[in-house]
Design a protein around this ligand. Structure first.
Ligand code: C2E
Ligand code: CA
Ligand code: CA
Length: 764
């Protein structure tokens, strides 16, 4: 068997060349893996040294050969050291240069030793290199657990290298060489593996450090790569559990055609990446996972893959749901708000086209007073209780919403016939339920009542906003009728509402344009027929609408609040007129002025009255304010305080239209009134109806007993005047005495009718 060392050395050079080429190639591919470069260069140095020794002896002078070999050794040791240090993360910046310099110095130091002792060159080179390899092996084995085997191989390679110091028998040399080569190849392959492994590790770390789930799947849907987050999202322990699985098995609900759809989308013209898709998946563990999938194409070895990012959107969904809820739910009561109601009503109508449904517009009476007296916290609590009580009256399919302020809407779907019967039944129930007192945490037994307006689909409107508006109009009518009433919408109401809008528009300019004037209706002493008072009655000649009766425009002005401004004008104008009559010697008469609720609760009202009297030189007893019972009910405490102030000033208070409204006797005693005006409706029939006759009789008797002055309104005949006088009514007002007349006609009128003027001469 031949043991020619040069033959072996050649084999070694070839092996070195291949291995160093692989390492350098790896570095070229992954520049970050600089240990591949260092180890590769180290191996190149070893290869060059061996080659030089093998072929250089004939070509190069022995001195130069020695120097070159020393250089190759220095390079190999320096680069191996640097490669290992770099691999273990211990190579500091520029340190490799010092290592190279150190090795170079060592090589120079070897020169004198080798001069004249050529047989020492190989053993010392391999010996020193062996030491370096042992050092590298120890470092690698100790540095990282998974490179222990590599380290051991390196150590063994180093040890074998070191044994080259010994002079070996040719048979042993062959064995030595075989093992040397084996360990060289193993260690080099180990190094190549380590470089590869590092690249893989970095790639894996990068994917794992992504905060989103990440996977790579092929065209058929099988998972090739997945990260930790992805495994956790899908309910698996480790990414390895996902590899090789089909995405449709990981995400139940994602079908195979759906999974393939991506690829079709990738290949579509003008596709924009990533493709986004949101879905909620029910995982194997029973949990729900809302995710957003962002998919991008990726080509590897000519094959199209799909990179999928999985974003857990549970939080986003939760926030979206909260926002959605906030936009639809009334925060105080927890029921729908007006926006949601409109949508639900539209849905109800659309989902059952042939069926009727009813909209109940509920407005709480006197709720404002609760807010004003007890504060908003109590108001809110009351609203919650009201909503709860309303909800308790409804069936599962019925809809309840807080429309705003103290307004609620109930929708009754799927009704029989035109739906009116059910709507009325429900409205009555609601009114009854609202009438029962509410126990609040701080204030027990707060009483309420509700006015309800009803509109039915399709009878009263085919669209939601029309239905709601019509129910609102009906509610408004219910409110006008008194507390705790319901009204079913009809077209007349709508017309009235439309009229009111037109009137409201025209009224706004009326004062400024001087479209108002006052007429005055005399009120005489029933016994002496002397003129005692006049009632100021407002007239409106609108250029747009013609003459509009006060019965039409006063309610509109009351609704819009314009009545305060109009009433102020009336009060000032009437007082001025009385002052003018006084100058014209009509004598001292009392002026009766109609006052609305809004005016009375206006903070400036008492001051206004004072000013109107003072600026016209009138005594307070010359002014009488006419109120209706409605005013007294509306805002009890407030009204009482204002009336007390007026009384204290000496102004008289008259209760108008007595007998038509609530006619609660308690008002007569609660409020200190001066005058009762018996409504025309009773006076009208007094001659022919015993009932009316008895009623007027009773009112007069009661007035007497309470010390009130009595005025009979609407006296149209002498017979009525006679009966009333007989009954003890103090004053008479009506067409029999006089129609409302213009101020200039007042003196003339008094003279023509021969009505004696109060202590004054009649002006001719
Ligand atoms: P009212 O206070 O009850 O006024 C009496 C109404 O009865 C007046 O109608 C008057 O013209 C009418 N009248 C008087 N005698 C007779 C009669 O013998 N037969 C008939 N059939 N009617 C008679 P007018 O002027 O149309 O006023 C209607 C209502 O408008 C008033 O009712 C009052 O509530 C309101 N109003 C009028 N002017 C004012 C005002 O300046 N302010 C406020 N707030 N309301 C006013
Ligand atoms: Ca009146
Ligand atoms: Ca009246």
């Amino acid at each position: 068997m031949s043991t020619d060392p040069s033959q072996f050395a050649l084999t070694s050079v070839v092996a070195d060349a291949i291995l160093s080429a692989i390492l350098l190639f790896l570095w070229v591919m992954q520049r970050k893996e600089r240990h591949a470069l260092f180890w590769g260069l180290g191996q190149v140095c070893i290869m060059s040294g061996t080659g030089l020794w093998l072929f250089g002896q004939q070509l190069v002078a022995p001195g130069l050969l020695n120097a070159l070999c020393a250089l190759a050794l220095a390079g190999a040791m320096g680069f191996y050291w640097a490669g290992t240090q770099f691999f273990l993360g211990r190579l500091r910046r520029g340190q490799w240069r010092w290592a190279l310099l150190g090795s170079l110095l060592m090589a120079l130091a070897l020169q004198p030793l080798w001069r004249g002792a050529a047989h020492w060159v190989i053993p010392s080179v391999t010996g020193l290199m062996g030491c370096m390899l042992v050092w590298c092996g120890v470092k690698l084995a100790g540095g990282r657990h998974r490179y222990r085997l590599l380290g051991i191989t390196m150590v063994l390679r180093g040890v074998l290298n070191g044994t080259a110091l010994l002079t070996l028998l040719p048979e042993v040399y062959l064995l030595w060489f075989t093992f040397s080569m084996l360990f060289k190849c193993l260690s080099m392959l180990g190094l190549i593996y380590a470089v590869q492994e590092e690249i893989q590790q970095r790639y894996g770390h990068t994917i794992d450090s992504l905060s989103n789930g990440f996977l790579i799947r092929d065209r058929r849907g099988y998972v090739h790569v997945a990260n930790e987050r992805c495994a956790r999202l899908l309910g698996f322990d480790s990414p390895a559990d996902l590899l090789g699985q089909h995405v449709s098995d990981l995400l139940p609900g994602l079908t195979r055609p759906m999974a393939e759809q991506y690829f079709a989308a990738f290949e579509a013209e003008g596709a924009v990446y990533p493709l986004s898709q949101e879905a909620v998946f029910h995982l194997h563990d029973g949990s729900e996972l809302p995710i957003e999938m962002l998919a991008s194409p990726y080509v590897e070895r000519g094959q199209l893959f799909c990179l999928v990012q999985l974003l857990d959107i549970s939080e986003r969904r939760k926030k979206d749901a909260e926002l959605y809820k906030a936009a639809r739910i009334d925060p105080i009561t927890g029921f729908y708000n007006r926006h949601a109601l409109a949508a639900r009503l539209a849905q109800t109508i659309a989902s059952a086209p042939g069926q009727s449904c009813a909209v109940l517009f509920i407005d709480l009476d006197k709720f404002k007073r609760v807010n004003d007296s007890f504060g908003h916290a109590v108001g809110d609590e009351l609203l919650r209780k009201v909503a709860k009580r309303l909800h308790g009256l409804l069936a599962a399919d019925d809809i309840l919403a807080r429309f705003g302020g103290d307004e609620f809407i109930v929708v009754l779907p799927g009704l029989e016939g035109d739906g009116m019967e059910a709507a009325i039944a429900c409205a009555s129930q609601i009114i009854a339920a609202m009438g029962l007192s509410f126990n609040l945490s701080l204030h027990h037994g707060i009483g309420l009542s509700a006015s309800v307006g009803l509109a039915c689909y399709p009878l009263h409107g085919a669209e939601c906003d029309i239905l709601i508006r019509h129910a609102d109009i009906a509610m408004y009518e219910a409110k006008k009728a008194g507390r705790g009433e319901w009204r079913l919408f009809n077209e007349t109401m709508n017309q009235a509402a439309k009229d009111a809008l037109v009137i409201d528009g025209a009224l706004r300019q009326a004062i400024a344009n001087e479209e108002f004037h006052l007429v005055y209706q005399p009120i005489t002493d029933a016994h002496t027929q002397q003129l005692k008072k006049v009632e100021a009655l407002l007239r409106w000649d609108s250029p747009l609408l013609g003459t509009v009766a006060p019965d039409r425009f006063i309610p509109v002005a009351e609704d819009s609040g314009l009545i305060v401004e109009i009433g102020t004008w009336v009060l000032r104008q009437a007082c001025r007129q009385v002052a003018l009559w006084k100058q014209g010697s009509l004598g001292e008469i009392t002026i009766s002025i109609n006052v609305s609720a809004w005016q009375l609760v206006d903070p400036g009202f008492v001051a206004l009255v004072q000013d109107a009297l003072r600026s016209n030189g009138l005594a307070a007893h010359q002014l009488e304010l006419e109120l209706t019972e409605r005013v007294l009910i509306d805002d009890g405490a407030n009204v009482r305080a204002v009336l007390e102030q007026l009384r204290a000033m000496g102004v008289s208070i008259s209760l108008d239209d007595f007998g038509t409204g609530y006619s609660s006797l308690s008002y007569l005693t609660q409020f200190h009134l001066n005058t009762l005006k018996i409504d025309r409706a009773f006076v009208m029939d007094i001659e022919h109806s015993e009932r009316s006759n008895n009623l007027v009789h009773a009112i007069i008797a009661m007035g007497h007993s309470l010390g009130l002055q009595l005025v009979a309104e609407g006296v149209e005949t002498a017979g009525q005047a006679h009966i009333l006088e007989q009954m003890g009514c103090h004053y008479l007002q009506g067409f029999h005495i006089a129609k409302p007349i213009l101020p200039d006609d007042m003196l003339l009128f008094a003279e023509q009718r021969g009505i004696p003027l109060l202590g004054a001469s009649v002006v001719a």
